[in-house]
Design a protein around this ligand. Structure first.
Ligand SMILES: [Fe+2]
Length: 280
């Protein structure tokens, strides 16, 4: 996927993640209607990122959707997500999570929606697949790692790189969630270890805002976005729902390699939530 640069101005990229749309409209996760919560996030996007209030399109260069886009890997969920997002008029790149079926995503919305590499101006976004059929936790495996290595080798020396995947490649601080982190993240860090062009690694899965760093890649920003539905409380030993609201992450990618980012959440909306839920 190729997206033209804005000249000297920053490229605006948005991340939504973990929409968990059901097969039917209105299915819920821990009591929250995941269609309704996504609709609130889309309203927020239009309010905060719209070019003009009534135009119905975003002044944005790219929308990333980083997995668990459906709750049960159904075509109906992917179709509905597509119908909700297409009117925003933004190029989109999706990748699968553990609740998704990659082949079904491709069959439903087409292969162009799941690019392996996006070039935007002098930036490159590498999209990895950390989902393993039948498993909750993440693993990249030799194919993804070799593919990433080849992609990095083919990219120009003067570009800036973001790596994007579903599962967290580093612990986020919650024991139960960190049992699901990418099991071969050591190999990922080996591939990325000598990569001076890398600016950020971005993921979903953890249903919370996260930003951190790792001594192996000290100059690289590591971050996750809130889910568009339920949130998990940070720093918990066991599954714990958080009352924080759904949201999204924005990035500004500057031509000089500077990456600015932030998270925005919906406010003052009525969404049911079962705080006592013990799983999802
Ligand atoms: Fe999720």
């Amino acid at each position: 996927m190729q997206i033209a640069s804005n000249g000297d101005s920053a490229l605006r990229v948005l991340q939504i993640t973990d929409c968990h749309l059901g097969e039917q409209v209105g299915e819920s996760l821990a009591g929250m209607d995941t269609d309704a919560s996504l609709d609130f996030v889309i309203e927020l996007l239009l309010r905060e990122q719209g070019s003009t209030p009534n135009e119905g399109a975003l002044a944005v260069d790219l929308l990333l959707a980083t997995g668990d886009l459906s709750n049960h890997g159904t075509a109906a969920a992917y179709q509905r997500l597509d119908q909700k997002l297409q009117p925003l008029g933004v190029p989109m790149a999706w990748l699968p999570g553990n609740h998704d079926i990659r082949d079904l995503m491709i069959d439903t919305v087409g292969p162009d929606r799941l690019p392996r590499l996006i070039r935007l101006g002098n930036w490159a976004i590498c999209m990895l697949d950390s989902a393993v059929p039948g498993k909750v936790g993440g693993e990249l495996g030799p194919n993804e790692l070799d593919g990433l290595q080849s992609t990095l080798e083919a990219l120009p020396a003067d570009c800036h790189i973001v790596v994007c995947l579903h599962h967290q490649p580093v612990p986020v601080g919650s024991y139960w969630l960190d049992q699901q982190q990418v099991v071969d993240s050591e190999q990922l860090f080996e591939v990325l270890g000598d990569e001076p062009r890398l600016r950020a690694i971005v993921w979903g899965h953890v249903h919370q805002e996260f930003s951190g760093s790792d001594a192996r890649l000290p100059d690289v920003q590591l971050m996750a976005s809130p889910s568009t539905c339920i949130q998990f409380a940070p720093d918990q030993p066991d599954f714990t729902i958080d009352a924080a609201m759904p949201g999204y992450r924005w990035f500004d990618l500057h031509p000089d390699g500077t990456l600015r980012t932030g998270v925005s959440r919906v406010e003052n909306v009525a969404l049911d939530l079962d705080m006592a839920s013990s799983g999802y």
